[in-house]
Design a protein around this ligand. Sequence first.
Ligand SMILES: Cc1cc2nc3c(=O)[nH]c(=O)nc-3n(C[C@H](O)[C@H](O)[C@H](O)COP(=O)(O)OP(=O)(O)OC[C@H]3O[C@@H](n4cnc5c(N)ncnc54)[C@H](O)[C@@H]3O)c2cc1C
Length: 467
Amino acid sequence: MAEASEEVYSALHRQFKGELLRPGDAGYEEARVIWNGMHIRMPGLIARCVDISDIQNAVRAGAASGILTAVRCGGHSLAGFGTCEGGLVIDLSGMRQVTVDAGARRARIAGGCLLGSVDAATQKAGLVFPSGVVSHTGAAGLILGGGTGWLTRRFGLSCDNVEAFTLVTADSSVVRASATENQDLFWALRGGGGNFGVVTEFEVKLHPLTAVVLAEGLSPEAGIRPLLECWRDFMAEAPLDLKWNINLRLAPHTSNVPMELRGRPVASSSVIWTGDPEAGRRHLRRALSLCNPESVSSRVLPFTDLQTMADSDFPHGRRYYTKSGYFADLDGRTIRRLVEAVTSIPSPETMIELAYLGGAAAQVAAHETAFGDRSAPFVLTLLANWAEAREDAAHISWVRGLFRELRPAMKPGVYINFMSGDEQERVPEAYHERWDRMVAVKSHYDPENFFRLNQNVRPRKPAARNS
Ligand SMILES: Cc1cc2nc3c(=O)[nH]c(=O)nc-3n(C[C@H](O)[C@H](O)[C@H](O)COP(=O)(O)OP(=O)(O)OC[C@H]3O[C@@H](n4cnc5c(N)ncnc54)[C@H](O)[C@@H]3O)c2cc1C
């Protein structure tokens, strides 16, 4: 591998405009780190690109040498796909331009942007791009996997709001995919992750929005079961303007948490309303009616505050492990098991996250994009979050054990961006009946599987020659 990275370096260093970082170089240590502290790797070469020609050169040199190659935008892949041991990292952090056309409500987002850079640029024009809930997440990885967040019910998944992609494919050519150009690729890129090439630019639709109402509250342990039953029934009829997420966790020891709940199992509700605040009042009141009244708060929040409010809950460098799945319904047994599980949660930062899709995301037909299941509205994510390597086994086994117990009641399917790196066998499950088409597109654009550090769609083996 060391030879391969030297070969790539030799091929690149005369023409590369960005930085080339090898072990020992100034800046290398900082550049090799990704968000999830579980994945500490020493790449042989980090190629920090500044434009399309840098990416083309890196892909060409990487493919010629056969070196293991990672593509990185924000480095937030839970599975650690943004880096690799001894190989090449094509790092897009030098490409974070966002260009907004306010009149047309459109933007061009470069392939290395973080969500925060997108929000900062679009909010200047009073517009939003629907994305995720933590501003230091990379936009490219999030959009390519699908992209869910506070605005999913109102405006759809992130990938539903992409009108065109420009990418460098495995043969180093620049390809555009849209509703009228390379339609199969356009279909596959909306949910297919990083399987098809390095996306250099996303052309996206924007929507007018500058503030939301945020209402929050905590339900004590004895109130978790009725809260989940109420949430299940309420969300089936909820307006598109309302998004209600629930985290089951141990309540933090902070001043805004009633004393008797601190450190105790709770259901933490966060409800946002994107419409007229007056019209939302009765829905928010009903949603929080089962919370401890002292813990309930409601305020109008600027959109950028909403997008950054969870940033400090997920710091870089901690250790994270996750498993996720869908439910068509939340039956009584599943709810009982979830309530019990909060009492065995292994750390105060670990959470059982529950979200409800539906809304605009469910209005896009299943065959229109590669994205997994849009019909199963309940999304469950077990997210363990801890600091010390010596606690790995306890946290990972808690997640795996609980997931195993809940799995029989789940619908097949998984959102690829919430998967860990040890779930390759679930990738076909993520795409269901779309799997054969995914394999066909992958086999066409990346027959050698150069882009394989992702929730990987393996290409078909080339047919053996007869002669
Ligand atoms: C703190 C945190 C919060 C999150 N919140 C949400 C959320 O609200 N909603 C949601 O849907 N997901 C969320 N996620 C999951 C997130 O969508 C995925 O982890 C996503 O892969 C992160 O993208 P990234 O660019 O930061 O990751 P990276 O590690 O840089 O890349 C992830 C994958 O995408 C590929 N990739 C990256 N850039 C490109 C590119 N330009 N072209 C082609 N392939 C590329 C990589 O090769 C890799 O396979 C969150 C993750 C974290 C860690």
